[in-house]
Ligand binder design. Structure first.
Ligand code: SAJ
Length: 401
C-alpha cells in the first residue's frame, strides 16, 4: 500500500513516519523545500521526543521519501493547517489546495482522508470539489475524515495507542479508512459519519477550553476572596464526581485556543458557553499582566525604587519548547512594552536562545529579581528554593506543593 501525506508539519510528519515504520511505502509532501530536504536527509524540523531517530530509520530503509509534489498512491491524507482569518472564521484554503493537488492522481479504489481540524461539512465540501472535477469517480473512491488527537510531547506513543474516530461520507469509505488506520494504530477505531467525526475533534478541544476557563475564573474569584485556588481545586477534586483542571496564564498552542472558534463562527447563537470560555481564557492573560503591573507599582511605593523582575517561562505549556500561541510569551511581550529590559530577566529552560528575548538561566533570573512571576509550571522551577525576600506571583501553580 502506497500512502501520500500532504503536509509534513507537527502532525503530518510524525504520522507519515510512524506509518512508514510499520512497513507502508510513504511519500511525504510539503510546499516548503527546506522541510522536504531536511526529511530526505533523515532529519526533522520540529521538536518531538523519539521522532528524530524514527525518521532517520524510515528514510534510510526507503519507506519514507519527501517530495514537493504528490505521487500516484492508494491512500491520500490531508494534514495541513486550518488557521482562522481575522474575524475568527476558519480558513480551509490549505485543505482545498491540498485536495486540488491530488485530484488528477485519484483512481478507482483510492482512499482520501482529511486529518486537518476542520469546520463541520468540510469533508462533504471536498467530496463535492473532487466529484465536480472528476465525476467518473462518483462512488468509486473512498472519502473520510479522521481527526488526530495526539498530545505534543507524547506524539509517537499516542499515534499508535490512542483510539481514533473515523467518519466516511458513506459506509464503504469508513471501512476503507479503518482498513488504513489498522496498519499502524493499536487503539480502538470508532466508526461514525464525516460530520460527526469533524465535530468530535472540535468538541474535544472546546471541552478542554471550557474546563480550563472554569479553573481560570475560579482563580480570579479566589484572588479577590483571599483563597488559595490551588488548595481549593485540590480539595474540591476529592469529591468523587468533581475533576477541575488547573488555572494558568491563559490557553495557548495551536489547537485548544483555536478550534472552539470553528464552532462559534458557524453557530454564533447556539455556542454561548464555548464563546464565553474563549473570552475568559483570553482575558486571563491580560489579567496576569495587570496583576504583575500592580505588584510592580506596590513594590515601588513600598521600597522607593523600581524592582527587578524575573519572568519565568515562555512556552505555551509546561516542559516543552514550543512557543506557538503562547500566553506566557504574550505576557512577556506586553510587559516589555512598559518595562526597561535592564530590569527584566526572562527565563525559559527549554530553549537556549531567542531572536527577540534575551534569556537568562532560571536560577540567575530568580536570584536577581525582586519580583518573580511564574508563567509556566516547568519542572525545573519546582526545584527553586523559595526566598523570603521576594514577591512571588504564581500564575501556574509552581508553588502549590
Ligand atoms: N492548560 C491549562 N490548564 C490545564 C491544562 C492545560 O491552563 O489544566 C493550558 C496549557 O498550559 C496550554 C493549553 O491549555 O496553554 C493547551 O494545552 P493542553 O495540554 O491542554 O493541549 P495541547 O494544545 O497540547 O493539545 C490538545 C489536546 N487536546 C485535548 O486534550 C482535548 C491534544 O489531545 C490534541 O491532539 C491537540 O490539542 C490538538 O492537536 O488538537
Amino acid at each position: 500500500m502506497k500512502v501520500c501525506f500532504i503536509g509534513l508539519g507537527y502532525i503530518g510528519l510524525p504520522t507519515a513516519v510512524v506509518s512508514a515504520s510499520k512497513g507502508l511505502t510513504v511519500i511525504g509532501v510539503d510546499i516548503n523545500e527546506d522541510i522536504v530536504n531536511t526529511v530526505n536527509e533523515g532529519k526533522i524540523h520540529i521538536v518531538e521526543p523519539g521522532l528524530g531517530e524514527l525518521t532517520r530509520s524510515v528514510v534510510e530503509s526507503g519507506n519514507l521519501t519527501a517530495s514537493l509534489k504528490p505521487e500516484l498512491s492508494d491512500v491520500y491524507l490531508v494534514v495541513v493547517p486550518t488557521p482562522f482569518k481575522g474575524n475568527h472564521e476558519p480558513d480551509i484554503s490549505y485543505v482545498e489546495a491540498a485536495t486540488v493537488s491530488i485530484i488528477n492522481l485519484l483512481k478507482e479504489g483510492d482512499t482520501y482522508i482529511i486529518e486537518s481540524t476542520s469546520p463541520i461539512g468540510t469533508t462533504e465540501k471536498m467530496a463535492e470539489l473532487i466529484f465536480s472535477l472528476r465525476p467518473e469517480l462518483h462512488n468509486k473512491i473512498n472519502i473520510a475524515y479522521c481527526p488526530e488527537r495526539v498530545l505534543p510531547g507524547n506524539v509517537i506513543f499516542e499515534l499508535e495507542n490512542n483510539d481514533r474516530v473515523i467518519g466516511g461520507i458513506d459506509d464503504k469509505s469508513t471501512d476503507a479508512a479503518i482498513e488504513f488506520y489498522t496498519k499502524f494504530v493499536r487503539g480502538k477505531l470508532h466508526r461514525t459519519n464525516a460530520r460527526t467525526a469533524e465535530m468530535v475533534k472540535l468538541t474535544e478541544n472546546s471541552s478542554r477550553d471550557v474546563q480550563i476557563a472554569f479553573a481560570n475564573e475560579l482563580s480570579i474569584i479566589c484572588n479577590k476572596a483571599g483563597i488559595n485556588v490551588w488548595e481549593l481545586i485540590e480539595l474540591a477534586n476529592k469529591h468523587p464526581r468533581v475533576n477541575i483542571l488547573w488555572p494558568g496564564c491563559g490557553v495557548g498552542g495551536h489547537c485548544i485556543a483555536v478550534d472552539p472558534y470553528f464552532i462559534t463562527s458557524d453557530f454564533p447563537e447556539e455556542s454561548k458557553i464555548i464563546a464565553k470560555a474563549r473570552e475568559i481564557n483570553n482575558y486571563k492573560t491580560l489579567w496576569c499582566v495587570e496583576q504583575t503591573k500592580n505588584a510592580i507599582l506596590k513594590y515601588e511605593l513600598e521600597n522607593g525604587r523600581k524592582p527587578s523582575i524575573a519572568l519565568m517561562g515562555l512556552a505555551f505549556k509546561p516542559n516543552i519548547d514550543d512557543l506557538r500561541e503562547s500566553p506566557a510569551k504574550y505576557i512577556v511581550e506586553l510587559l516589555l512594552q512598559e518595562l526597561t529590559e535592564r530590569d527584566v530577566f526572562i527565563a525559559e529552560p527549554n530553549i537556549s536562545t531567542h531572536n527577540r528575548f534575551k534569556l537568562t538561566s532560571y536560577e540567575e533570573a530568580y536570584k536577581n529579581a525582586d519580583i518573580v512571576v511564574f508563567l509556566v509550571a516547568h519542572k525545573e522551577f519546582n526545584a527553586i528554593k523559595q526566598a523570603n525576600d521576594k514577591v512571588l506571583l504564581d500564575f501556574c501553580g509552581v508553588l502549590k506543593n
